[in-house]
Ligand binder design. Structure first.
Ligand SMILES: Cc1cc2nc3c(=O)[nH]c(=O)nc-3n(C[C@H](O)[C@H](O)[C@H](O)COP(=O)(O)OP(=O)(O)OC[C@H]3O[C@@H](n4cnc5c(N)ncnc54)[C@H](O)[C@@H]3O)c2cc1C
Length: 445
């Protein structure tokens, strides 16, 4: 058995709806859930078998089905059960790594292509939402705050660079006396307002994609955990407990939940856990003070804090990570101090929900895309930027399988660094590194 969390363990959450096998969260409580799809059974044949029902898998299946391929999505639990149904809903521009770093690693021309692809990923999400009539509270604008004086200088430089070298005029910087027009939060030294960014309700978006996948004619099988992928010369045989699926291509998009399923790609990523709370609904005046632009907001700490308002004015606040295979006993107690450090005014506000999820990071925070033996396509390691980039990765894989795709070649050509120690021993060195940087977050603001 792979290492994994208790799939339906709940953490100090109010149960307001039947569980539907999803871990309880504000998102589950506020989404119109889909009927459970039956597990795969018997001997089946498809052009493409997609393993994993998050944004990457569903986007891939949708694009493949639209190009006329027969497609099966195999999801171990329920669609959107993983990070795609639990995240902060921020749809940021660019890549998770900043442009200066991308220029240093890959050169200016490639960095420009990656920036373009990042913008196209945001457009792709918006277009999928619109074309498929997905009601997922799509909003615009992200504000990123410098949580330390030294970070303000770096962010100023980044804004200038994006405006000058990338002609990106959706972004602007706000100096500290005017920050209070952006939020009542404390401890910030500078703000970056990016009107090109979007935000949304992540589970509603994911379930909307799943619905579109089924409407386009693809099969979605839930409670269908893949146990084995046997690669033949020009096809693969994928096994679950009750089914054997023959497919010309397999798309492996399990991200932080990959476990031991496919060792050849495991040491490029590291699963980490991140946590979110939802407050009780705030009164209008408080909500307006916290977030007058109704943007998504985040800060510059290594263990990033990120937040936004829900449609019913709850503050959905994410912060805090763990690097073991366990979640904190009380997620609300774990996240509360991070929330109150920014908004002390919320000290008497109830936290109604607390949940966590697992995402995969890579060493340089760039996604890891590729193809193994010409049969297994994979995408993983979106490193906290996966709402747009996992959606885009699914499209790129679909296009690569259908007709070849320059942007897939671009992404799969990026050098990925393995975690030292390989799949088995990578954890101790990562934990040491992550703890070092998260400790630095607490020094000198
Ligand atoms: C708490 C949290 C907050 C985040 N906030 C943001 C944010 O605000 N903005 C942003 O851009 N990104 C954010 N992220 C990251 C983002 O959610 C992910 O990058 C993205 O959802 C990854 O999508 P995916 O399809 O690759 O993986 P997932 O959504 O994790 O889907 C993988 C699926 O594979 C399934 N699976 C695993 N093994 C098997 C198997 N053997 N057989 C069949 N199925 C299997 C799992 O059940 C799962 O449903 C956050 C992540 C977390 C956890």
């Amino acid at each position: 058995m792979v290492w994994q969390f208790d799939p339906i363990k709940t953490h100090n959450c109010i149960m307001s709806k039947p569980m539907n096998s999803y871990p309880d969260s504000w998102y589950v409580a506020s989404s119109p859930m889909l009927a459970e799809q039956p597990p795969a059974s018997g001997d089946l044949t498809y052009d493409v078998c997609v393993v994993g029902g998050g944004y990457a898998g569903l986007s891939c299946a949708l694009h493949l089905a639209k190009s006329g391929k027969s497609v099966a999505v195999l999801e171990a639990e329920r669609v959107g059960w993983g990070a795609s149904g639990r995240n902060g809903g921020h749809v940021g521009t660019g890549q998770r790594a900043d442009q200066h770093s991308l220029e240093k690693w890959y050169g200016n021309a490639t960095a420009k292509e990656l920036w373009r692809l990042g913008l196209e990923a945001v457009d792709l999400v918006s277009n999928l939402v619109e074309e498929n009539g997905i009601d997922c509270e799509l909003g615009r604008t992200n504000i990123h705050f410098a949580a330390k004086k030294s970070h303000a200088e770096e962010l100023r430089d980044e804004v200038d660079h994006l405006r000058a070298a990338y002609n990106y005029d959706q972004i602007s910087g706000v100096e500290s006396p005017s920050l209070e027009e952006l939020t009542s939060g404390v401890g910030f030294h500078y703000g970056v307002v990016d009107h090109g960014a979007r935000h949304l309700h992540p589970l509603k978006y994911c379930l909307g994609l799943a619905k579109a996948v089924m409407t386009a004619g693809a099969s979605v099988f839930e409670k269908s955990r893949v146990k084995d992928i046997d690669i033949k010369r020009d096809h693969a045989v994928v096994s679950t407990d009750n089914a054997i699926i023959k497919a010309q291509k397999v798309v492996l998009v399990c991200n932080g939940y990959l476990g031991k399923l496919f060792p050849p790609i495991a040491s490029s990523i590291m699963p980490i856990n991140n946590f979110i709370v939802a407050t009780e609904p705030l009164d209008e005046a408080t909500a307006n003070r916290i977030n007058p632009l109704n943007a998504s907001l985040s800060d510059s700490l290594f263990v990033i804090n990120y937040w936004k308002l829900s449609e019913d004015r709850r503050l959905i606040f994410g912060g805090g990570e763990t690097y073991s295979d366990k979640f904190p006993e009380s997620i609300t107690d774990f996240v509360r101090p991070k929330l109150l450090a920014i908004y002390p005014e919320l000290s008497n506000v109830r936290l109604d929900y607390g949940w966590g999820g697992t995402l995969a990071i890579t060493r340089n925070r760039m996604p890891d895309l590729g193809v193994h033996k010409g049969v297994v396509y994979y995408a993983q390691g979106f490193s906290g930027h996966g709402v747009p980039t996992a959606t885009m990765a699914g499209k790129l894989i679909a296009t690569a399988i259908d007709a070849g795709c320059d942007d897939f070649d671009l992404m799969s050509g990026l050098k990925t660094l393995k975690f030292p120690g390989g799949p088995l021993l990578r954890r101790p060195s990562l934990v040491a590194g992550m703890l070092f940087y998260s400790l630095r977050d607490r020094l000198g603001r």
